[in-house]
Structures are given as C-alpha cells and as structure tokens.
Design a protein around this ligand. Structure first.
Ligand SMILES: CC(C)(COP(=O)(O)OP(=O)(O)OC[C@H]1O[C@@H](n2cnc3c(N)ncnc32)[C@H](O)[C@@H]1OP(=O)(O)O)[C@@H](O)C(=O)NCCC(=O)NCCS
Length: 107
C-alpha cells in the first residue's frame, strides 16, 4: 500500500493519502526552533497498516531537515520514537524521560 505524506502548513499538519483519499494526519504547532507534535489520527478503515508510522516518520524527518527540536506531546508519536531510537536525538531533553518511560504504557 502506497502512503503519500505531505505537509499542509496552512492546516498545521501533515496529511497521509492512500490512492488520493485522506487516511490520516498528524497535527503540529511551531514555537521558535521547536515543533510540537500534538495529535495523530488515522481513519478507522486504515488503522494498523502503517499510516500512523509514516506520518510520524515524515514529520520527524522534516524536523530533522529543518533543524527543529521535537516535543512529541502525542503519545503515539512518543511511542513510535521509542521504537525507533535513531530519532531520540531530535527530542527536547525536557521530554526524553517521558518518551523512554511513560510511552511504554501507550504501546
Ligand atoms: C494511534 C493511531 C494514530 C495509530 O495509527 P495506525 O496507522 O493504526 O498506526 P501504525 O499502523 O502505523 O502503527 C501501529 C503501531 O502503533 C502502536 N499504537 C497503536 N495505537 C497507539 C497509541 N495510542 N499509542 C502508542 N502506540 C500505539 C501499535 O501498537 C503498533 O505498534 P507496532 O508497529 O509495534 O505493532 C490510530 O490508531 C488512531 O488514530 N487512533 C485514534 C486516535 C489516537 O488515539 N491518537 C493517538 C493519541 S494523540
């Protein structure tokens, strides 16, 4: 299944599309040099197929490319980062303990 994720800055979110249909999104807010990833939502028809993961990966790759510090306030993104340790270095130190510990509860 081909998931295409694009940033839609006017809606402050990244959107995932499957065959042109909106399948999910991750919302964000920008604050100085930081990006707050606040909420992820995938349409029930597409859950468990990796759409949420692609949204998390694309938002985090974009943050890395733009030199932004990430605050993963969304528990799904926090859990995804814990399972992909290459991305932990992007996380604001203020959130790292929560990402590595509390995110286990949300897995
Ligand atoms: C949570 C949600 C975004 C996941 O989207 P998805 O496309 O089904 O996710 P993926 O298929 O990419 O990934 C599934 C993985 O996420 C994990 N996961 C599912 N829900 C999770 C949650 N609430 N928190 C953390 N991890 C979660 C699964 O255990 C699975 O892990 P695995 O890959 O190790 O097996 C989706 O189920 C959803 O929209 N839920 C309702 C809204 C919500 O709870 N949002 C998150 C809080 S902001």
């Amino acid at each position: 299944m081909d998931v295409v994720v694009t940033e839609v800055p006017e809606r402050h979110r990244f959107e995932a599309r499957l065959n042109g249909s909106l399948a999910g999104h991750v919302e964000y807010a920008r604050l100085g040099g930081k990006i707050l990833l606040t909420h992820t939502e995938v349409d029930g028809a597409f859950e468990g197929k990796g759409v949420g993961g692609e949204l998390a990966r694309t938002a985090l790759d974009s943050a890395r490319a733009n030199g932004l510090v990430v605050r993963p306030l969304c528990p799904f993104v926090a859990g995804w980062i814990r399972r992909h340790p290459d991305y932990v270095a992007l996380v604001d130190p203020i959130d790292r303990m929560r990402v590595m510990a509390a995110a286990k509860v949300a897995d």
